[in-house]
Write a protein that binds this ligand. Structure first.
Ligand code: SF4
Length: 182
């Protein structure tokens, strides 16, 4: 049987703990029953990538009833091999925070408050603004604009970066940057 690193660690932990506890006289049946009550029992497991820096550490997330209930480093991940720095470990708080912004916010010119708008409206506004800025700043001789720039993030994969670059070039944008610098 070929085991992945994470499966091996799970098995080794469970086997080692099981043997040690049974040798100490614990009732393994009740222990098994109790383990079913453990926090992640019945949760769905997903893998994800930390979004805080360009290292791109792998994470395992457990989701139950639509809520993230556990987050830990992915020991099968080639970059972090199960470790997370304090920032990555703290990402558990992000999706569960009551301060998390889930809807686009818009502050109209002259207004002193933000209002919630739909994603459709937000995308429409951004598209109109890009078109307006591009038209107003277009440099015919260079066939480009220097009034806009594009920045990618560590969570964009190769294919997404390729498409972003294509889109930026189509807009005539020459300033392309990426956060993922090592
Ligand atoms: S866990 Fe830490 S080192 Fe890894 S990507 Fe997140 S912030 Fe960067």
């Amino acid at each position: 049987m070929k085991l992945k690193r994470r499966e091996f660690l799970k098995l080794a932990g469970a086997t080692g703990a099981g043997l040690a506890l049974s040798q100490l006289g614990f009732n393994m049946r009740s222990l098994e029953a109790a383990s079913k009550e453990c926090r992640i029992h019945g949760a769905r497991e997903y893998t994800s990538i930390c979004n805080f820096c360009s290292c791109g550490c792998g994470m395992i997330c457990h989701v139950k009833d639509g809520k993230l209930i556990n987050l830990e480093g992915d020991s099968d991940h080639i970059i972090n091999e199960g470790a997370l720095c304090s920032k990555g470990a703290a990402m558990y708080e992000v999706p569960n925070s009551d301060q998390r912004v889930k809807t686009p916010l818009y502050r109209a010119p002259g207004s002193d408050r933000w209002e919630e708008i739909s994603w459709e409206t937000a995308i429409e506004k951004v598209a109109q603004k890009i078109k307006q800025v591009r038209d107003e700043t277009w440099i015919d001789e260079l066939h480009s604009t220097d009034a806009m720039s594009f920045i990618g993030g560590a969570q964009n994969n190769n294919e997404e970066c390729y498409l972003f670059t294509k889109m930026a070039r189509a807009f005539g944008v020459t300033f392309l940057e990426h956060q993922a610098r090592v």
